[in-house]
Ligand binder design. Sequence first.
Ligand SMILES: [Zn+2]
Length: 302
Amino acid sequence: MRVTLNRPIGFSMTTLKKSDVQWELMLPAEFDAAMSQLPVCFLPLGTVEWHGLHTALGLDSLKAHALCVDAAHKAEGGIVHPPLYGGMGGLDQPATIKIEPETTWENHLLRPWLEKMCSEIHRQGFKAIIMLTGHYGHNQQIVVREVGARMTERLQIPVLGTPEYWLAMDIGYHGDHAGIGETSLLWHLHPDLVAMDRIDADPVYGKDDRIKSGASAELGRKYADRITDRLAALARQMPEWDAAQRADFSEAERALVSAQVRGWRENDPWHAWRDPQAMRDYGTSLVAAEFSAIKELASKLL
Ligand SMILES: [Zn+2]
C-alpha cells in the first residue's frame, strides 16, 4: 500500500512536540544542545499508590516530575528523565503497586535499578544527578539517599537523592500523604488531577475539614517555588563542586542515612524524623554547600 504524506517531510520537523528539558521529548539535536548548556540530569521518583478519593494515583511521580521540569526551566538547563513509577512500600489500599516492602532491609530491585540508572546517566556525560523522590516512606527515603551517597563516590560526580519536601521544611512542609501538603502541590502542578468535591466521601481524608480548608493551589505554589528555586540553584552549582566538596557532601549525606538506620534499629522506623525542627535548615545548608552544617544536623536526629 502506498503511504501518502499530506505534507513535505521537512515540514513535520517544525510541528513535532519538542521539549527543551524533557529527555523523552527531545530529538538528538535538542539533547546535544541541552547537554552543552548544563549537563545535569534530574531523575524523578515515585509510584502509583492510593492517595484518597480526592487526588490522582500517580501523585508521587507526577509531582516529582513536574517539580523537576519547573526546576530545569528555572535553572535554564538540565535534562529531566521520565519518572520512575515503583518503589519501597505503599499502602494496603486498592490501585497501589508495592515493588518491595517498606519494612525490610533487603532490597533487590530499587537500589540496583537506581545505581544502574546513575551509571548510565554518568556514561552519557552528565556532571551531576538529582534524584527527587515524591514517594517517601522511611525506607524509600533511606534507599534513595544512600544510593546518592554511594554513587557520588562511585562515579565521582555529585548525586543527590532526596524527597522534595526536605527542600521546603523551613517554610513548614514536613511531608504527608495526600494531606494538606501533597494535595496542595498536586493542585498547583496538575489542577485537573485534584477533585476536592470528592473528599467528603473519603472516610480517612474527609473525616474532618482539615484538608478541605487547609489545602489550596496557592499553598502548593508556595511550596513548589521554594523547592524549585533550590533545585535550580543546586543544578547550577553541583557540577562546579570540587573533589573535596563532593567528599564532604557524600559524608554529610551518609551521616543522615546513618542516623536514620540507627534510629530504625534502636527505636522505631520514623525515629530520625520525629523532630522536623531539627531538619528545617537542610535545604539552606545544601544550597550553600555547608556540608558540616548538615553533618551537625544529622547528629540531632539520633
Ligand atoms: Zn504521596
